[in-house]
Write a protein that binds this ligand. Structure first.
Ligand SMILES: C[S@@+](CC[C@H](N)C(=O)[O-])C[C@H]1O[C@@H](n2cnc3c(N)ncnc32)[C@H](O)[C@@H]1O
Length: 292
């Protein structure tokens, strides 16, 4: 593209930020657009927030300006910022993302932080099992927090596992990735685990209508949806796996659909576990923990 066609008034940082706010504030709100700018300047130019704040009058190269132009166009099309820059940060780990994996969510990060601050490593068999691992974010963050643990992570999607393996390597941790169907009794899950964790698909098909375009168009449907007539299918399977593989005194933690907290608890109670519901930072029931 001829850079004269770009709509930026100049290649000064101040003018780039102004155009982003003019074109995107109505769609995302000014605060979020500010966060996008922080992320783009870091990804494209390696600038931190302080450098961005103190460099408003600086100009950037024409080739970099073009990248901001395309980022602006993509954001107008609801493309997630994480897909534009290619990664997200999760519990201090840089996690690469693509349309093959769910973009890790802040709610999930909160759960992992809670596990790290709560989990008591007094188990004889300290293995960790992450079911439905996607990008591998949970497994990788837990391995970083508990380096002595053996971590196994399962997903049905070979493409997601490829990305998860790459993420583990980039973060310098070893995780055993297993391709398997959680609903079909996973081969390769053996022995006892001190911690079993999962963020499985839990959005009911009938909830599609309330979802944002950037989620529906860019996150894989395989990661999100469950049938309306069997929305707890993953929790039933996870409860069965936990019954067999959760070590004595071990901890089970699952992310849940806020609309189905009571029903999801009932699934774990039926397997003899004693589940507790936890609220996320938005005050919504978001995860269940149960000690064996
Ligand atoms: C909600 S995403 C969670 C991804 C990641 N753990 C996270 O928290 O960001 C659910 C994941 O479950 C995987 N999945 C869907 N059906 C599955 C199945 N039957 N067995 C194993 N994994 C499955 C999807 O490929 C997707 O990666």
């Amino acid at each position: 593209m001829n850079t004269r066609n770009l709509r930026f008034r100049s290649n000064r940082v101040r003018d780039i930020a102004s155009l982003f706010h003019e074109e995107l504030d109505g769609m995302y709100g000014s605060g979020e657009v500010g966060v996008f700018l922080d992320m783009l300047f870091e990804a494209f130019l390696g600038w931190d927030k302080v450098r961005l704040l103190t460099s408003r009058e600086q100009t950037i190269d024409q080739s970099d300006l073009l990248r901001f132009h395309w980022a602006l166009e993509d954001l107008k099309q609801s493309r997630p910022i994480q897909h534009i820059i290619g990664y997200t940060d999760f519990c201090g780990c840089r996690i690469a993302v693509s349309p093959d994996v769910l973009i890790p969510r802040p709610e999930t990060e909160e759960i992992v932080q809670w596990i790290i601050s709560t989990f008591n490593i007094q188990h004889s068999a300290f293995n960790i099992l992450d079911l439905c691992t996607g990008s591998g974010c949970i497994a990788i963050a837990l391995k970083k927090a508990f380096p002595a643990a053996d971590v196994t992570a399962v997903d049905v999607s070979p493409k997601a596992l490829e990305m998860a393996r790459q993420n583990a390597q980039n973060n310098g941790v070893e995780v055993r990735f297993v391709e398997g169907d959680v609903l079909g009794g996973v081969d390769g899950v053996n022995g006892q685990y001190g911690l079993i964790v999962s963020n499985p698909p839990y959005v009911m098909e009938k909830e599609r209508a309330q979802m944002q375009r950037n989620v529906l168009d860019y996150d894989p449907a395989l990661a999100l949806f469950v049938p309306d007539d069997d929305p707890l299918r993953f929790y039933n399977a996870i409860a069965t796996i936990a019954k067999e593989h959760l070590a004595d005194g071990g901890l089970l933690v699952v992310e849940i659909n806020e609309a189905l907290a009571a029903e999801t608890c009932a699934v774990f109670k039926a397997q003899g576990l004693n589940p507790n519901v936890h609220e996320d930072f938005r005050g919504k029931p978001r995860w269940i923990s149960a000690q064996a």
